[in-house]
Design a binder for this molecule. Structure first.
Ligand code: CLF
Ligand code: SF4
Length: 506
């Protein structure tokens, strides 16, 4: 059957993943995917998955178990030998686990983190280059914890050989990393692949890889499996080409596209790191994601997790669950208690989402202004982090269409106990210099003044309030001040901060 003719595949492709809002009918990753948006079987798979629903990621956690050490290809951005506790990137893991250890760890995590909803296998090699361990782990998890959703991430080379097993094990979410559909570009990303007992290199290797990836994607979507495509944006190599990749995966039924920035530094020992290949800036990444928007839903909240990550996206609690600690833990998987806890989360979640009346009032403001705001948050959809404690800022685009998450910016923590680090403040300002405002639970006098001088309004009046509702309230005030002439709207861009200011705070 031609994949394009598959009704089921079209059903998945037609829906806009995490980005469709039931309230304003407009794609918005910052708003919540709603029951009214999606067929119930898809909604059920998406609603509590922190990667497939931006709104869910404020509330629900995932964990990875590192049961798949081997890989069947080499990417120029990967070096699995390197591990640093402070480093968070795919392919990295502190401990490799057996399937039995993985199950014990999952039960331990679910006991202590009841908002855990998803177990993923994302390496540290390739899940499907280690099929025995991967499927054994999924089998044991499904038996021990039937409410946990299973998620698998693969480079796709061996995918066509495993689609039936994936369906049989009810693995409802599969991520395929697709960085190219043009083998000439692929040859610059992949030095070799190992396929059918033989090593291939160059264009020949990339050709086999792209055929297998796209074939695997079609086969999965025909079977109703939700597929997310991860693509690594490598400036000068595949950045513009990813627009073609986006179209190709959309036409094959992918549900979500996640374009991630290349992480590259010489100390990682990767081929790209050693040759000085740079990653994209936050602005370049956003521009590419924006260019792809409309073709398919774009994931904007990925944190490029380690292969043993535990917790909410953006936090990593893997250190609390080392094999030694897990083996000593008293573990009780209480399905009923988990249901009760998650019902409370659902109440909290509903209370933090803007109502249709609030969105309608916002839409009635009739303004073309569209701006960015940074938010310090620890989760739950609230502005609940101090400026000085933030390790990252969520960046939201606000317009009369609503509030939409468009990315996050990692920063070094400003507050160092008794004092703030001035050079860190300068780098934070650089990281969010395209934002008009920064929403925080609290901020000290010194960073407040410097932010104001840099043209970024520190906003603490909504401390511990809902991000979405607060952003709407602030934006409406902002528009009223513009209309009354009290302030002037100034567009912000990369060059928004006066250079003298950066030098004076650095
Ligand atoms: Fe893990 Fe990936 Fe499943 Fe999520 S991560 S296997 S889909 S449960 Fe999520 Fe992490 Fe980004 Fe992956 S934030 S790197 S997209
Ligand atoms: Fe590394 Fe994953 Fe690429 Fe394998 S597929 S080389 S584990 S990034």
């Amino acid at each position: 059957m031609d994949a394009e003719d598959s009704g089921e595949m079209r059903v998945i492709a037609d829906y806009k993943g995490c980005q469709s809002s039931p309230k304003n009918g407009k794609g918005s990753c910052g708003s919540q995917a709603g029951q009214g948006d999606l067929p119930s079987e898809i909604w059920h798979k998406v609603k509590n998955h922190p990667c497939y629903s931006e709104e869910a990621h404020h509330h629900y956690a995932r964990m990875h178990v590192g049961v798949a050490p081997a890989c069947n290809i080499q990417c120029n951005y990967c070096n699995r030998k390197y591990d640093c506790a402070n480093e968070s990137r795919p392919g990295v893991v502190s401990e490799k686990l057996t399937p039995e250890q993985a199950v014990k760890k999952m039960l331990a995590v679910a006991t202590r983190i009841p908002q855990l909803t998803v177990l993923g296998i994302a390496g540290p090699g390739d899940a499907l280059a280690n099929p025995k361990n991967t499927f054994k782990t999924f089998e044991l998890i499904a038996r021990a914890a039937p409410d946990i959703q299973l998620c698998l991430s693969t480079n796709g080379l061996d995918l066509p050989d495993h689609v039936d097993t994936i369906s049989r094990y009810k693995i409802d979410h599969v991520t395929i990393t697709i960085n190219m559909i043009d083998p000439e570009i692929g040859a610059r990303i992949y030095p070799w692949i190992f396929f059918n007992h033989k090593r291939y290199s160059g264009i020949e290797a990339a050709k086999i890889l792209t055929i297998r990836q796209l074939q695997g994607l079609e086969m999965l979507t025909q079977r109703g499996v939700l597929c997310k495509i991860n693509s690594v944006m490598i400036p000068g190599i595949n950045d513009q080409h990813l627009i073609e990749v986006n179209k190709a995966v959309k036409s094959r039924g992918a549900f979500l596209h996640n374009i991630m920035p290349l992480i590259s530094a010489p100390e990682h020992g990767t081929a790209f790191g050693l040759k000085g290949q740079r990653g994209p800036t936050a602005q370049e990444l956003k521009a590419l994601q924006d260019a792809c928007e409309g073709q398919i839903n774009m994931m904007r909240h990925c944190r490029q997790c380690r292969a043993d990550a535990v917790g909410l996206l953006g936090e990593d609690r893997s250190g609390e669950f080392t094999t030694e600690k897990v083996m000593a833990m008293d573990v009780q998987y209480d399905l009923e208690a988990r249901k009760v806890y998650q019902a409370r989360i659902e109440d909290e979640r509903a209370a933090n989402i803007a109502t249709s009346e609030e969105l309608a009032e916002l839409a009635g403001e009739m303004s073309e202004i569209n701006l960015l705001a940074a938010v310090a948050t620890k989760g739950s959809g609230l502005i609940n982090e101090h400026f000085g404690h933030a390790r990252e800022f969520h960046v939201y685009e606000i317009s009369t269409s609503g509030v939409k998450l468009v990315g996050h910016r990692r920063v070094d923590v400003y507050c160092q106990g008794e004092y703030g680090e001035e050079d860190r403040l300068a780098s934070i300002i650089r990281a969010i210099n395209d934002c008009h405002a920064v929403f925080v639970a609290k901020i000290g006098g010194c960073p407040r003044d410097i932010l104001i001088n840099a043209g970024i309004e520190p906003v603490d009046q909504y401390a511990h309030g809902s991000i979405e509702k607060s952003a709407i309230g602030w934006f409406r005030d902002y528009l009223h001040k513009i209309k009354s002439g009290e302030i002037l709207h100034v567009k912000r861009g990369e060059a928004a901060i006066p250079q003298e200011l950066l030098i004076s705070v650095a």
